[in-house]
Design a protein around this ligand. Structure first.
Ligand code: BES
Ligand code: MN
Ligand code: ZN
Length: 497
């Protein structure tokens, strides 16, 4: 999609669709009122007729509005003016994009960006709109022999702003929005690819391409390297598979050389059968998304590299399949992690924590200022929180606060769950230092407790995205979450360095 940003009044350009907002109680927003003056009161008449009452989410498409240069005018309901905040803004833009994409219009001018919304500034509104526009036209068609969806979709979008003095901010906002959109699309593509294409080697190849394009440092550790480092836990998960595991390490250096990096650690199980503790057959196909944590790390690195964000970030991705097989790990097997701690593997389906723990220990060598791991870790988290918010666990409250706030800003929300020591008792083992499962109660918490035993040396947040990284059912597919949250967190961090 082609984007531009301009300080312009609505209705003056020859566009396929001019988009303006109406508050409920039928009040025209400032750009809508300007367009109405050009149209000699036509919009006010339409609104008065009752066809558009300004309710949030409602839309009305008008054709050939008199005295305007555009083919269509889309009126978008904004809801109450008093509560028109960031969330309402994103919802309105989303509704507008859906309506435009459903018509034959291939270009549009969005004037909602010129409206104040909550505490947002122009740059933020433009960033969010550009990213939403890219999301609205995302299709995953690379595995189809023929294109299914007609090519009828938005191709050019102009994002308007209100004051000529905002040009620089608007352009920077647009640049960031496009980068975020690309990062989210990249994460979605990786998630949507099937397990027979998106293998650990494929993830490593994608990481290499990303590194080449954006001059990131990259290292891919092979089985022999992991053995040398003593990563017995990670290797125990890969044992049942013919696909060799990879530990992918990417370094983005946008900040000063001596500035400590943020580490992002992403679970990269490219297919999770459960291993010897085999999963039931129904919906097992969805376990191709079990590398979504890894996908979000790659998507976020793509976004911040395209933004040229002034910050240092290291991405660490343990990538493997979890398969049954004659050499596969068996329940009761005991392995030694890189940290030296021994683990009794009571269930081979609790494999995410087994690969993450060695990746987290590996992260220590970067002396990170903070570590965030992202993992489709537990079904229990889906039961607890559903598909709305990601589960968040932390050993540092200020860091947790910053991550939660970033999620709030971009409506990619997370919810803080407990990590009290009492839960650690559930991991007791009679034979090793601890077990890899803690029984049915509080399954998402005990998984986080397991990881907490490997994160004592740094400030750490764990995001369980099992419920948020993809959608099941009719709209089955990767959501690209939590790339928006992670990217916003890094944008905010970069401001305070
Ligand atoms: N990848 C799964 C978690 C998962 C389950 C994500 C369902 C999305 C939907 C993870 O590896 C897993 O299998 N976890 C087990 C842990 C259990 C054996 C303690 C689970 O949640 O059932
Ligand atoms: Mn599993
Ligand atoms: Zn898994």
């Amino acid at each position: 999609m082609e984007f531009s940003t301009k300080c312009i009044a609505p209705g003056l350009t020859r566009t396929g669709c001019t988009i303006v907002g109406i508050f409920d109680s039928r009040k025209l927003s400032v750009p809508a009122a300007a367009l109405d003056r050009a149209a000699k009161g036509y919009l006010a008449k339409v609104v008065k007729s009752g066809d558009m009452d300004g309710r949030a989410g409602s839309v009305l498409m008008l054709h050939h509005v008199p005295h305007t240069a555009c083919e269509r005018v889309l009126l978008v309901g904004l809801g109450p003016e008093k509560s028109f905040d960031e969330k309402a803004f994103r919802n309105a833009v989303g509704a507008a994009l859906r309506a435009v994409n459903a018509t034959g219009a291939t270009d549009a001018d969005l004037h909602l960006t010129a409206l104040p919304a909550g505490k947002s500034d122009t740059a933020w509104r433009i960033t969010q709109s550009a990213a939403l526009a890219i999301e609205s036209t995302y299709r995953f068609e690379q595995m189809k022999s023929k294109r299914e969806t007609p090519a009828k979709a938005l191709k050019r979008l102009l994002l308007a702003y209100a004051n000529s003095g905002e040009r620089k901010a608007a352009e920077r906002g647009l640049e960031q929005g496009i980068a975020l959109g690309h990062g989210v699309s990249f994460a979605k593509d990786l998630g949507n690819l099937p397990g027979n294409v998106c293998t650990p080697a494929y993830l490593a190849g994608q990481a290499r391409e990303l590194a080449k394009r954006h001059r990131l440092k990259i290292k891919v550790l092979e089985t022999a390297d992991m053995k040398k480092l003593g990563m017995g836990s990670l290797l125990s998960v890969a044992r049942g598979s013919a696909e060799p595991p990879k530990l992918i390490v990417l370094e983005y250096q946008g900040g000063k050389k001596n500035q400590k990096p943020i580490a992002l650690v992403g679970k990269g199980v490219t297919f999770d059968t459960g291993g010897t503790s085999l999963k039931p057959a129904a919906e097992m196909d969805e376990m191709k998304y079990d590398m979504s944590g890894a996908g979000s790390v790659l998507g976020t690195l793509k976004a911040i590299a395209e933004m040229r964000l002034p910050i240092n970030v290291v991405g660490i991705i343990p990538a493997t399949e979890n398969m049954p097989g004659s050499r596969a790990t068996k329940p009761g097997d005991i392995v030694t992690s890189m940290s030296g701690q021994t683990i009794e593997i009571l269930n081979t389906d609790a494999e995410g924590r087994l690969i993450l723990c060695d990746a987290l220990t590996y992260a220590e060598r970067y002396e990170p200022s903070a570590v965030i791991d992202i993992a489709t870790l537990t079904g229990a988290c889906v039961i607890a929180l559903g598909h709305v918010v990601s589960g968040l666990f932390a050993n540092d409250d200020p860091l947790a606060h910053d991550v939660l706030a970033a999620g709030e800003t971009v409506q990619d929300r997370a919810w803080h769950l407990p990590l009290h020591d009492e839960y650690q008792d559930q991991l007791k083992s009679n034979f090793a230092d601890f077990a890899n499962i803690g029984g049915r109660p509080a399954g998402a918490v005990t998984a986080a407790c397991f990881l907490a035993r490997f994160t004592k040396k740094f400030k750490w947040v764990h995001l369980d995205v099992a419920g948020t990284a993809w959608k099941s059912g009719k709209e089955k597919g990767s959501t690209g979450r939590p790339v928006p949250l992670l990217t916003q967190f890094l944008i905010d961090r970069a401001k305070h360095l």
